[in-house]
Write a protein that binds this ligand. Structure first.
Ligand code: SF4
Ligand code: SF4
Ligand code: SF4
Length: 390
């Protein structure tokens, strides 16, 4: 309870905006952006991936597994690229740099970020597999004007390449700027190549097709060290807290941006990791993130625009199907059985028998005798090889 009248007005306005979004649901039909779906999702239905960073050695097997499993989803752009209007709109072409693995690109949806530094008088080297966080209330899905980005009931956030026009709204509102654009591919080429977008946005879809078949995501299956686990939100949050307690560690993702379905547990605080890691385009930060959708302007936009975006998405999807595009592997909104994708006890034995993580034995490389080139702050941002290149 509060006696502050301005707070009461604020809460009433939020409820009003939220109710507008709800009222629009019936009209929108089909696949709705995340804001409109959020009310239907029970937290326990969401699948969460949990990374135990004390186990990751940075071998990159997960990155290779991801690239192999998702290669057929990667873009094949058509040249020459249409001239864009206004001319300030950038071409983003990663098709000649498909082998880049040290950052996120349209062809690399997972990379290993490494942080080296000192914590409590000891040197550390922590490897962090980075990809989409699959936010519980994702601004990318809530604010996509075309309804191309959507959150599914199992917590996966996907971008439909068949209807994405590459306007990059999802990237600009994502707290980690995860989605990556490839020019010269997608529906915009068939609509108004000069005026309607600039390609398609790509990011981790948490192996939605594999998950729908009851299989684990490729990066989880491909890790020889059992770094990741997957299961219901309730189980994974409890496991994250137990892990953090055991190692005297820290959790990232549980509350960031209002909560995400990718959790990290680290023996080193995340602000220390963030300061020590290289961040910038394609290399997401590890800072605390407030709930972006709590911002009143965004809430209003989502509530008022979600129904319209849903209708547009339906129309674009129909057009895309006629043109032979769109998601094919699983129906948007289809919910796989979480239990099927959850590792059975036997699966957990697949990981190597490593010592139970503790303050002194976390990560293989902790110790004062290790060389480190840890920067004291964030290094300068390197030139963008794909962004803006012709
Ligand atoms: S998550 Fe596993 S596969 Fe990926 S880099 Fe770490 S140890 Fe290697
Ligand atoms: S991390 Fe960014 S791209 Fe991924 S779901 Fe959240 S807002 Fe969307
Ligand atoms: S969940 Fe699938 S798409 Fe996402 S990073 Fe892992 S392998 Fe790649």
């Amino acid at each position: 309870m509060t006696d502050d009248p301005s707070r009461k007005v604020d809460i009433s306005r939020r409820r009003f905006l939220a109710s507008l979004g709800t009222l629009g649901l019936g009209a929108a039909g089909l696949m709705l952006p995340g804001a409109a779906q959020a009310a239907k999702v029970k937290p326990d239905d969401e699948l969460v991936t949990l990374h135990d960073l004390s186990k990751c050695v940075g071998c990159g097997s997960c990155v290779e597994a991801c690239r192999e499993a998702n290669a057929r989803k990667f873009p094949e752009p058509v040249r020459p690229f249409p001239a864009m209007y206004p001319e300030s709109v950038k071409v983003e072409d990663w098709s000649g740099k498909r082998m880049v693995t040290d950052r996120l690109t349209p062809y690399n949806w997972l990379y290993i970020q490494t942080a080296r530094g000192q914590f409590q008088g000891q040197r550390f080297e922590v490897h962090i597999p980075r990809r989409c966080m699959h936010c519980q209330n994702p601004p990318c899905a809530n604010l996509c004007p075309w309804g191309a980005a959507a959150r599914e009931d199992n917590g996966i956030v996907r971008i439909d390449p068949g209807i994405c026009l590459g306007g990059a709204k999802c990237k600009s509102v994502c707290p980690w700027e995860i989605p990556m654009r490839q020019t010269g591919v997608g529906l915009y080429l068939k609509i108004m190549p000069r005026y309607a977008g600039n390609g398609v946005m790509f990011k981790c879809d948490r192996c939605a097709d594999r998950v729908a078949e009851g299989r684990k995501p490729a990066c989880i299956e491909g890790c020889p060290y059992g770094v990741q686990d997957i299961g219901s939100r309730t189980d994974m949050v409890a496991k994250a807290h137990a892990l953090a307690r055991n190692m005297g560690g820290y959790i990232y993702g549980e509350t960031e941006n209002g909560g995400t379905n990718s959790l990290y547990v680290s023996p080193v605080p995340f602000d220390t990791l963030d300061a020590a890691a290289t961040t910038g385009p394609g290399k997401p930060h590890l800072s605390p993130v407030r709930d972006m959708m709590a911002d009143e302007d965004k809430l209003a936009y989502a509530a008022l625009f979600a129904p319209v975006a849903g209708v547009i998405a339906g129309a674009l999807r129909l057009g895309s199907r006629l043109a032979g595009g769109g998601l094919k592997e699983t129906k948007p909104g289809a919910r796989p059985a979480p239990a099927a994708a959850r590792p059975a006890p036997d699966d957990e034995t697949e990981s190597l028998a490593l010592p139970k993580p503790g303050r002194d034995d976390f990560n293989l490389s902790l110790g004062p005798d290790r060389k480190t080139d840890a920067p004291t702050g964030k290094p300068g941002r390197p030139a963008e090889p794909g962004e803006g290149g012709k």
